[in-house]
Design a protein around this ligand. Sequence first.
Ligand code: SF4
Ligand code: SF4
Length: 423
Amino acid sequence: MADYEKMWEELGMNMELHDRLCQVLPTAFGDVYLSQENRPEGMGFWDFVVSGIHGIRPAELIEAQKNGQKVFGTFCVYVPDEVVIAAKGIVTGLCGGSQFWVPGGEKVLPKGTCPLIKASVGARLDKTCPFFRIADMYVGETTCDGKKKAWEILGEDVPMHIMDIPQMKREKDIVKWAGEIEEFKKVVEDFTGNKITVENLNEAIKIINNKRKALGRVFNCRKAAKVPISGKDALLMMQIAFFDDPVRCAEMCNKLADELEKRIADGVSVCPEGTKRILVTGTPLAIPNWKLHHIIETSGAIVVCEEMCTGTRYFENMVEEDLPTLEAQYMALARRYMKTNCACFTPNTARFDDILRMVDEYKVDGVIDVNLKFCNLYDTEGFLLERTLKEKGIPVLGIETDYTDADAEQLKTRIGAFIEMLG
Ligand code: SF4
Ligand code: SF4
């Protein structure tokens, strides 16, 4: 990634520290990804993106900024990309998934904060992530307590807009969320200098719906008896989807889906017949957090679905298209986004219904409920979720982990025993 050194310097990055990150990533990627056999050829695109993860897309974003476009950094799947796209803005995900960034976050946050928040704050404060340097505005939300407080630190030297998310999903909460979307629209208009109209918002809704459909096509292929793609590869596609241009993302995912559909027709599988099929649910797995999938898939099972924000929650449910007024569009957006089932809502039993449906659709043998350490929301919800699954006779394993490798051996033992128990 040496070609990008000048760009990183101009972004004010900590070059020495960043060099250390650049040294570890290719080895980790090689060990986890390139060691797999019989990968779909289409994954070459995502391998290429990872090979220049801090260079290729950041350079595109900087070029767009030179042409007057604004970049919005987001941290949650509730923030409606459509509003930004309508104003010719660009959205980039900013969630940190590496232990490398955690100590930087711990300098200002309590150690008992979830690693996702610590890594995100560390990536910003340590100046080791170009996406955090490039974003013109951060968009936060009031989903969990850790994030709410982190915004106050992150917003000290970057414009920050916070969307106030309801905690329940009654009709009045959906109306409130539509109001938040309308307010966000005004913020985006002011910041970009571009007016959002019924027409350009409609166009943006279609762009993001197309991206959702393309991601959904790939997931659909994972339902086949002969699984044409590993869970690790599908996870990588999802993780990059938060950073990529949405039109290109849809195009590449559709190409991959074409190949996977052909593989299914030809009976090509990435694993032997009878391999146990796992659904992973819980807290998000931000890039480059591949630990859990790697352990599962090197323990004799395959991940066929992720019910998480780096999974089905990101692409399921479309926004109604071609509505005639902005007010109708805000409500349509609010309705779609409020169908997402995060543990920050009470009650959140629709998530359990989703998981039960997916267990059936993806022909799942067992569920692994993963919780990032110190995420009280998902940890607490785990009790009811696991009880619901057990009542239905679905084997479930609850685990708590972080970004370190300290628990890797213990996880291998527990996950190995769980897979063996599946018979
Ligand atoms: S888990 Fe909840 S807070 Fe985190 S990204 Fe998903 S929806 Fe947002
Ligand atoms: S994993 Fe939990 S604690 Fe961490 S950001 Fe998401 S909701 Fe908040």
